[in-house]
Ligand binder design. Sequence first.
Ligand code: GLU
Length: 447
Amino acid sequence: MTKPIVRFAPSPTGRLHVGNVRTALMNVLFAQAEGGMFVLRIDDTDTARSTAEYEQGIKDDLSWLGVTWGQTFKQSERFGMYDEAADKLRADGMLYPCYETADELDRQRKLQRVAGKPPVYNRAALELTDEQKAAYESEGRTPHWRFKLSGGTVTWNDMVRGEQSIDVSSLSDPVLIRGDGSYLYTLPSVVDDIEAAITHVIRGEDHVTNSAAQIEIFHALQNGNGADHLPTFAHTPLLVGADGKSLSKRIGSLSMMELREQGIEPMSVASLLSKIGTSDAVEVRHGLDALASEFSFSKIGRAPARFDEKDLLALNAKILHDTPYEEVADRISGDAAFWNIVRANIEKISDVDAWADIVLKPMSGEIAAEDVDFCNAAAEFLPDTVLPETWSALVGHLKTETGRKGKGLFMPLRLALTAQGHGPSMDDMLVLLGAEKAKARLRGESA
Ligand code: GLU
């Protein structure tokens, strides 16, 4: 196989979310696995909604995930190319002007529905005479432009969905240029895919129908003599929530920006999004290379991929458990000894703060009235220097002295020392706290 060239083409009208990051990853991992190139295309033909901040945000989010691109460009800088392509289609009679207003089209569709017909554009504009067009224009109507579909069947072998066959007579001729002269994404995308020699178009299955129309546009823009460049398509199933429902309403809270702010690690996101919906188990991987070496379209199933935040947290916890101090040193307070002890008890890096407060800041623990004497006895027993074995000596001593055992024995101590009912092993916590602080807290003092 020649080296693939793939592209990820987000619109800078918002930040990246789990859905489009999954598409980005499929492209990146495939390119990396095959030694190909990943192109980042910014789909900013909608100049009213696209912003430079979102474009930068998209690049920041990808970089955060460890994604690099071999090339990047934006569509807003290429209108000249799209105009040329549109002119060619017009000259070939493949792009025709239509003058219906949105209301008129809406009425047409309603009538079709009532008559039990599919709401497909009736191509009335193809019958307009030059006089009729001139009359519309003198009324102040500016045309929108539709691409003339063949009315036949478009087939392709999809790398995820297998043989696809779409009868384009069931589709409306797609509008490529709006009445105000602006481009919808359909034509620029094909122009760019030809120009950048994109070998594989990998995107969500919500684009399957677009692909049928776009394949016809690919042919219409080239010679149509059988030697046309046509990418291979791969349409991946959509992402749904753990409940099987669409994520669209929650997508804002599932942006990379949000997840990052919540303290989710990039490789948790990448590991989860590249494995859900595939035949591989969802497991932690520590780099995109590892994920790329396991990537294959043949592993992607046809059912929607379920995204569950619980899985994300579980992966995040696992990643942190394995992360050496050097990698988090500038993100946490506390030293290597502290990190090595607390990392097994956190799900997110921000959880470290609470443990740092418990270890480093003055505070009182929780001591129930019936445990006051017990805790004082513990303070009494503690030596001036605590070592990893001090905790079991303490517990052994108190057991013999008081006859307490199990939870009644260690929980009052844990609560007095940390004010938490759970956490890192107390052998280690005691050492981190040190004798002085531990004794004071056991006596009910703030320390
Ligand atoms: N900008 C389009 C989108 O985000 C790109 C689709 C494609 O990959 O062709 O839906």
